[in-house]
Each structure stands twice: as C-alpha cells, then as structure tokens.
Ligand binder design. Structure first.
Ligand code: HEM
Ligand SMILES: *[C@@H]1O[C@H](CO)[C@@H](O)[C@H](O)[C@H]1NC(C)=O
Length: 495
C-alpha cells in the first residue's frame, strides 16, 4: 500500500518535472510530437511500424514535424519535392556524424578519429572510387566468374525439378560469390566448409544488427559478442595475406590500415568485417525481392528472359550449359527491363532513412518562401519509403510492375507530385554525399545473378505459397527482409 502511494508520488513528480523542463516548440519550429514517456518519446511506436507511424503523423501535422525518439529530436521532411533542399544543403548539415558514432560500436572497431588517425577517414573515402567507374569492369568480371563457380558447385548438377527456399538460395549464392569477389579465395580445400560456418555466423550477427544499431550493448545480446569476435578474427591480416584474387578495393584498404600503427590487427579486421556486412547485408534481401517478384509474375519473367537472350545473341554468343556465361558491363547496361525490375523491387522493399545532423541553430530554407527553425544537434530525416508508396507518384503503389521504369524502350525518369516533376523519386541507396558507394556494383551483381538464374532454370513458386510480406523490424536501415521464406521449384532448362 505504502509503496504504491510512494510510486504514485514519485511518478507524479517526474511528470511535473518533465512537463516544465522538456522542450517546447519555439517560433517557426515545426510541430513537436513528444509522447507521454519522458526521454523515450515516440520510440516504441516508431520501432513497431515506422511507415505507419510516419504516415499518421503526416496526416495530422503536415509535411514537416519534429518527433522525440529515444532522447533525440528528429525533424522529418515528408514531401519529396522538398528533398533537394536537404540533399544540397552543405554547410550546416553533417552526413557522417551519425554513422561515425554508430558503426564502430556495431562492428567493434575504434571510432575513426581525425587526431588519432590523421587522414584515415579521407583515405577510406577515396578507396570507394575502386568500386566505381572503370574499376567496375574488373570487379564485375570477377563476380561473373565467381557466380558461375557457385552455381556449378551447388546448382547446375541435376536435371529434373528441385525444390528450395528462395531466401536461403539467394543468401548462399550471393554471400559466397560476393565474398570471393571482394576478399578473394582462401585455399581451395577449405573453401566450402569454411563458407557455411562463416555464413551461419554472419546470419546470427545480422539478426541482431537492428538492436546493435539501436545502441543496445552487445553484452546483453547472448552469444552475439562471441559470434562477432569469430567473424572479425576471420579477417586478421595474416589470414588475409594468404587469399588470392582479392579485389583492388580491399587490397587498397589493407594498405591504408597498414600505415596506422595505433590500429591493432583486430581493429583492422573489424573494419574488413564491417565491409563484409556493407557488401552483403542489403544485397541479399534485394536479390531475394527481385527474384521473388519475377518468379511470382511469369509474364515479367518471360519478358526479362527474352531481353537477356536478345542481348546475348546480339553479341554472337550461343548459350549452352557447358560454357560459362559471360556478360560484360556494357551488356549489363543494355538490360533495361531487368534494371527496371530491380528498381521496382527496390521501390517495394527498401525502407532506409536518410539522416543529417544540424551543426548549429539555423533556419533551413525549403523553397522561395518557406523555412523552418532547426536547433543544433537535431536530426533532419527523410524517409523515402513514404514517397515510394505514394499513390500520387506511383499508380497502384503496392503492385509490382516490372516495366514501371521503362518508357518507349528507354529509361523512364519523369515522375510527378502536385504536377511538379520530381528530382528524386527512387532512393534505395541514400542521397547526396553519403550515397552508397557500392550501388553500381550492387546493381551489376544482382543483374548477373538474375541473368544466370533465368538462363539456366525454369522457375515457379510451389503451390499454396502465400504472398511474401515485409518484416518491418529493420525499418530505417535498408532493404527489409521477408517475414517468412518462400518455397519455389527450379529445373535446368538446358542440357
Ligand atoms: C542492394 C544493395 C545495397 C543497398 C540497398 C545499399 C544501401 C546503402 C545505404 C542506404 C547506405 C547509407 C547511405 C546514407 O547514409 O545515406 C549505404 C552505405 C554504404 N554502402 Fe551500400 N547498399 C547496397 C550494396 C552495397 C555494396 C555491394 C557495397 C560494397 C561493395 C556497399 C557499400 C557501402 C558502404 C561502404 C557504405 C558506407 C558509405 C560511407 O560510409 O560513406 N553497399 N548503402
Ligand atoms: C534505377 O535506379 C537507379 C538509382 O537507384 C538509377 O541510377 C537508374 O538509372 C535506374 N534505372 C532505371 C531503368 O530506372
């Protein structure tokens, strides 16, 4: 009885204190949404279903509002016509502050510090060039060879129908082929056994990834700490020095880390592990969704397969099962319908949040006659999933249309809202200077995977499969996973 009364008094005092000390909306600031739990604010509702939460706030408060989420104040800019003002705003909005804090804790390396590690940040950024431009050619060629290797090893042996789990299929092929392409080949005999252990550990870590990003301490997460340690140890320098056919990109990063004596071997290894996550964490679910939409839309699959066959035969290549398929970069670039298919599946499955941190109090201009006041330390956020599913921009937004991004045989780039043409209408890779440096490689490798899949196999969903749904638990972090795996059947087309 007494404790009850005491609790009531204490919580009343807390509430009164909170009411008087918490942030109040000032002049020219956006509407402020706080929730009744001090500090946490709206964090729980946001985590449960970010899309639904933001959509509701937009209805109530309009296109710009500030939400208190886990002690942070986040100002959401919901109208995609306003995105250019955020993306082009240089000086007062910082892109990297947030990821520089969160990534080291998640992957277990010390924060990159400009005084302790002079020039390291810049050199890491510079190395990203090795994923782009002309450097994409050797990378793409290497990926093609590795995909063929994995397909031959695991899938091209038998005739007749086989059945499989689609996510598992994409995971095992893309994980191995991407790893081999980026990091090179370990000694041949150990490759296969080592690979499945590594992949299983990766999945265990990846399952906890949203919690780690949310800054939940790793010691609260059971075996995760031990699993991460094992994964990191895989990339210790003396092991990596024995791998062959490593990409220039990873080789360059190894050389860069060598110049810093205050980085321990495990710190370097943790950086490499982070890059493994970056290169497969989103690619695997993205590959799954593209495959799933094709297999569940036979007319789209047929059209895309025909396009691939045409591009191959235009280059005078006779496709058969015993010679490896080779598709070069310029051939991949010609696959319009395939690219549209992939973009359409990005549109339907991506839920990344684009974040900037305000470096000072200032007034953020959002057009000729509009601006909002922003405080130092506030987060400015865009949540493109709302745009991707806006019926005003995309007719029947929940429907998969493989040719949504093609018009008269060319890429379609005109999408409108309020009769104004949108500069940004598809943002699975972030925006501005923090945009994903691996995006061109990712597009190419997904194309290559789908080309092989469609050339080699007949594919269908197993009877009675219900529609794949999005699992919202990684909302804000990239491509969403399916809430359950999908059973499918496949059979070699060529003998
Ligand atoms: C479909 C596949 C992929 C998707 C959807 C994706 C998406 C993203 C997103 C949304 C970001 C954050 C951008 C921001 O903060 O605004 C990012 C960052 C990053 N991505 Fe990707 N990514 C994919 C594949 C890849 C691949 C294959 C690689 C490497 C080979 C890669 C390397 C990176 C790196 C290194 C960063 C951090 C960049 C930085 O620190 O500035 N990504 N990616
Ligand atoms: C697909 O989207 C990317 C950006 O994510 C864009 O650069 C590319 O041109 C798009 N292709 C098509 C066919 O829409």
């Amino acid at each position: 009885m007494f404790t009850c009364a005491l609790l009531a008094v204490v919580s009343l005092l807390f509430a009164v204190h909170y009411f008087y000390t918490s942030r109040k909306r000032r002049e020219n600031e956006p509407p402020l949404i706080k929730g009744w739990i001090p500090f946490l604010g709206k964090a729980l509702e946001f985590r449960k279903d970010a899309y639904k939460f933001l959509d509701e706030q937009k209805r109530k408060h309009g296109d710009i509002f500030t939400v208190q989420i886990a002690g942070k104040y986040m100002t959401f800019i919901m109208d995609p016509l306003l995105y250019p003002y955020i993306i082009k705003h240089g000086r007062q909005l910082d892109f990297h502050e947030f990821s520089n804090k969160v990534a080291p804790v998640t992957f277990g390396y010390p924060p990159v510090h400009s005084k302790l590690h002079p020039g390291l940040k810049e050199q890491i950024q510079r190395a990203f060039k090795l994923l782009q431009g002309d450097n994409l050619t050797p990378l793409t060629e290497s990926m093609m060879g590795n995909l063929m290797l994995v397909f031959r090893q695991d899938h091209l042996g038998h005739g007749g129908w086989r059945s499989g789990s689609m996510y598992q299929f994409c995971l095992s092929v893309m994980f191995e082929a991407t790893l081999l392409t980026m990091f090179g080949h370990p000694a041949a005999a150990r490759r296969q056994t080592g690979m499945s252990t590594l992949r299983n550990d990766f999945v265990k870590f990846d399952n906890k990834f949203p919690l780690l990003i949310a800054q939940v301490p790793i010691w609260l997460l059971g075996e995760t700490s031990a699993v991460r340690k094992k994964l990191i140890n895989h990339f210790l320098p003396d092991r990596m020095s024995r791998w062959t056919d490593m990409s220039e990109f990873i080789r360059m990063r190894m050389e860069v880390f060598e110049n810093y004596e205050n980085l321990r071997d495990v710190d370097k290894a943790a950086h490499h592990f982070a890059m493994l996550w970056a290169s497969v964490g989103n690619t695997v679910p993205a590959t799954f969704w593209a495959m799933y939409y094709l297999v569940s839309h036979p007319e789209a699959l047929q059209a895309v397969r025909q396009e691939i066959q045409e591009v191959l035969s235009l280059s005078g290549v006779e496709f058969s099962s015993d010679t490896d398929v080779k598709l070069h970069r310029d051939q991949l670039d010609k696959l319009r319908y395939l690219e549209s298919t992939i973009n359409e599946s990005f549109r339907l499955s991506s839920a990344s949040m684009n974040i900037r941190v305000a470096q000072e109090d200032f007034s953020l201009r959002l057009g000729e006659s509009r601006s909002v006041a922003v405080r130092k330390g506030d987060i400015i956020a865009m949540y493109p999933q709302i745009m991707h599913l806006d019926p005003e921009i995309y007719e029947e937004p929940k429907t998969f249309r493989f040719d949504r991004y093609v018009h008269n045989g060319a890429e379609k780039t005109d999408f409108y809202k309020d009769d104004q043409k949108l500069k940004y209408y598809l943002m699975p890779f972030g925006s501005g200077s923090s945009m994903c440096p691996g995006r061109h490689f990712a597009m190419n490798e997904i194309k290559q995977f789908l080309c092989l899949l469609l050339l080699y196999f007949d594919l269908q969903l197993e009877d009675g499969q219900s529609r794949a749904e999005l699992d919202p638990s990684r909302a804000g972090l990239g491509i969403l996973l399916p809430s359950a795996d999908v059973r499918f059947r496949y059979r070699l087309r060529v003998v």
